[in-house]
Ligand binder design. Sequence first.
Ligand code: SAH
Length: 260
Amino acid sequence: MLHPQLPHTLGHVTLVGAGPGDPELLTLKAVRAIQGADVIFVDDLVNPLILQHATPHARVVHVGKRGGCQSTPQAFIEKSMVQSAREGLRVVRLKGGDPFMFGRGGEEIDTLREQGITCDVVSGITAGVAAMSALSTPLTHRGLAQGVLFITGHSQPGSDGPDWASLGHMAHTQRITLVVYMAMTQLEQITQQLLNSMPADTAVAIVQHATLPEQRHAACSLSQVAHLAAAEGLGSPAVWVIGDVTRGLQALNPALAQAA
Ligand code: SAH
């Protein structure tokens, strides 16, 4: 259904970053796009509280796709967006964090352009940045880290994924912080490869449910991380931060220490 009052652009989609979880980390531009939407396609890491900004007439379509679970095929999501835009609806695609940080936003924008649908993108705060800010810990720091590399731990089916030993060498020798997304099922394998080029006592942290009330983190050495994460039951969604900037963090946050 078209919104009765507001003008709309035929065939337009806005990709909106919903931020890492805390609804207060939404941008004003994101709020405005959600308020103006006729239909909203929502990923499952998006905090449902954010949908309070939608008007009652907006149709909300949940198209979650968590690793290993029943998911909406990507092609179906893209087709549905194109179809809704062609019907003249104002379409918002609400994606966790930043729409272009992993999570297939690039593929969606390619399809929309190919189909002649105009689109724009509202950036959001990505989980890797928010997770460390939530711990009052910088990702870069004079003397500790002169840069950051965001990378996925989940390689495409049939692909070998990155060369972790080379990345570890670069991170260690060049003082680059590594921020690994979607790594929790691969911690052990990735760690083994990183240990070929990084010292065993390299400082690391894992932050789960960053910026949400249930946020938990653990900090330890690279050689201990897989064991500690398993022992503490730390799982997805979490980011894994590798480098000296995490060295000052408390080993376990109070919530984890109590549960341990
Ligand atoms: N576009 C998103 C990332 C999508 S990939 C962004 O910019 O943040 C999904 C991965 O993001 C998860 O597997 C996890 O590694 C990370 N992630 C998302 N939300 C998170 C959160 N609240 N806390 C920790 N990691 C999170």
